[in-house]
Design a protein around this ligand. Structure first.
Ligand SMILES: C[S@@+](CC[C@H](N)C(=O)[O-])C[C@H]1O[C@@H](n2cnc3c(N)ncnc32)[C@H](O)[C@@H]1O
Length: 358
């Protein structure tokens, strides 16, 4: 049940949508499958993450040894009306204990079984934070990722991983790019259409992560958040959540899916057998009025034997393999107006061409 779009967070100053452990775990696993050492010896920074709420922090803290991390840093932004000042990392903390967030930084440099009970768990992390010098410190400023204090941590880090505030998504991407860091962030797929983001995708400096390609994702929200739309509700433990559509991972970490070419039918077979009634039975594919390319409204209807330019929806990027296709440009025809077919403009199109086409 699609309910909210992350765009809705634009007007929401807090931008407080908390990512689920399962979504983080599934995505991270895909990078490990491609390269088991991808995080080895690396410093990860989670710069929009109150460790007491963020599953990003908890996931990477608990996976510290398994991933072979060098350091995990999490910093938190002041001003949320919901975060905890009670230092507990456990999910059963009563909502009443939650007051205004204090900006702080957490640095973990080992996954130590602090209480020597034979397992490394969140209780050990809590003991490390309580007892180890410099593990938990107050930030000098407000924790804004744009501040010099957090920029310094960014420069120290190898990989930036978080769910950034959606209303600052563009700035967040620019902030990563100016430091040329590796990153894994979650956001709304409409960000593909931003003029600050599309060129990065076109130039293969950023791509979509493999684990989310459709459907809604669940995010926890602060108590008191209006749960108006269908699909919102309360977890078993009473935490409010919303379902969000159009969510995608954005990254420059390599993964296997993006190097798997998609199998396609020929143009003739598509026109004859396509499952899409918009294609099947037609004499030919539509052409744009203002660009020499065919309009292909479904990724699976791309003809395998067409050498010219092809206009596809942005969901093509869920399957994009840079060895199979090159991206030519976004949305505009030669006249710099939106691509149109018989005067009608289809929703955001990406122009692509088969690699190696004559
Ligand atoms: C979408 S929430 C995600 C929180 C957490 N990363 C997670 O996924 O569970 C974005 C977080 O960024 C914080 N934030 C908002 N503006 C910020 C800023 N300028 N700098 C750093 N963090 C900010 C918000 O308080 C919020 O906790």
């Amino acid at each position: 049940m699609a309910t909210k779009n992350l765009d809705d967070a634009k007007g929401n100053k807090a931008d407080e949508f908390y990512t689920q452990w399962a979504d983080i775990e599934k995505e991270v696993q895909a990078y490990l499958e491609f390269n088991p050492d991808v995080f080895k010896g690396k410093t990860i920074l989670c710069p929009c993450d109150d460790p007491y709420e963020s599953k990003f922090f908890k996931y990477f803290a608990l996976s510290f040894n398994e991933l072979g991390l060098k350091k995990l840093i999490a910093t938190c932004y002041i001003g949320s009306p919901i975060a905890s000042t009670q230092l507990t990392l456990f999910d059963d903390e009563p909502e009443d204990n939650k007051t205004t967030r204090v900006p702080h930084k957490i640095e973990i440099t080992e996954g130590e079984d602090y209480n020597k009970d034979g397992v490394f768990n969140l209780y050990d992390v809590e003991l490390i934070l309580a007892n180890k010098k410099n593990a938990l410190t107050r930030l000098e400023g407000n924790g804004d990722f744009r501040s010099d204090e957090i920029k310094k941590l960014r420069d120290e880090a190898d990989i930036i991983i978080t769910n950034p505030p959606f209303s600052l998504f563009r700035e967040f991407i620019a902030w990563i790019m100016e430091a040329k860091k590796q990153f894994l962030i979650i956001g709304n797929m409409n960000a593909i259409t931003y003029k600050e983001v599309f060129p990065l995708i076109k130039d293969n400096k950023m791509w979509l992560g493999p684990s989310i390609t459709s459907g809604d994702r669940k995010f926890n929200v602060p108590s008191g958040y209006p749960l108006k739309a269908a699909g919102c509700g309360y977890d078993e433990d009473g935490k409010p959540f919303i379902m969000v559509k159009g969510v995608r991972w954005f990254t420059n970490l390599e993964h296997g899916r993006r190097h798997q070419p998609i199998p396609f039918m020929t143009m003739a077979d598509n026109l004859r057998y396509s499952k899409h009634k918009e294609i099947r039975g037609k004499k030919s594919y539509d052409k744009y009025d203002n660009y020499d390319a065919i309009e292909v409204p479904f990724t699976d209807a791309i003809p395998s034997d067409y050498d010219g330019a092809i206009g596809v929806p942005i969901s093509f990027l869920d399957k994009y393999c840079p060895e199979q296709f090159e991206i030519i440009k976004f949305r505009k025809g030669n006249d710099e107006k939106d691509l149109s077919v018989n005067g009608k403009c289809p929703y955001f199109r990406i122009l692509i061409r088969r690699k190696g086409a004559k």
